[in-house]
Design a protein around this ligand. Sequence first.
Ligand code: GLN
Length: 208
Amino acid sequence: MSEAHIGVLALQGAFREHINMLAQLGVNAVEVRLAEQLDGLDGLIIPGGESTSMGLVAERWGLVKPLQNWVHAGRPTWGTCAGMILLADSAAGQKLGGQALIGGLNVTVNRNYFGRQVDSFEAELNVPALGSDPFHAVFIRAPAITAVSAGVQTLATVPSAEEGNEEVIAAVRKGAILATAFHPELTDDLRWHRLFLQIVEEFRACTA
Ligand code: GLN
């Protein structure tokens, strides 16, 4: 059981599912809608949903700068799907004009990489960081990471949607930032949430 204070950005999207997963791990996570709710958190999850809508609500509620400050300070943050798009320093194929909305993760994402016609699919991913059992990943209008910069560790890849490109990156870690193109909160496999809690505990130990 972790004593960590985890917040889940609750502007739009699959935030309740993350909170339920964390509850199964004994963590009472809170919904974050206001900048001051970031104070005192040990970790933040930015859920999947619609990155444009989430970005618009974040702008309207004055959350963009506080979220940027949070992530740029290197605090534990996990973005799933739309959350991953918002964390990427650069994004292709999106309405945000290629601008990072929050940024802090030095990767390039391609929004809706797998194409709208393939709305969603599932794949067994090999994720050494989670152990030897494959992870059953659910991709929903998912982005992919097409380029990474220094210090970014690839945790999982998935067969590419484009000919000639064998694989694209579906999960990365950089320091205390975790990003997954798929939705672990829509499965009953708790291993990604456990990994994030471990990152939070490591960070707490370093900053205590
Ligand atoms: N394609 C969506 C977006 O651009 C993300 C989809 C998701 O989070 N499942 O925001």
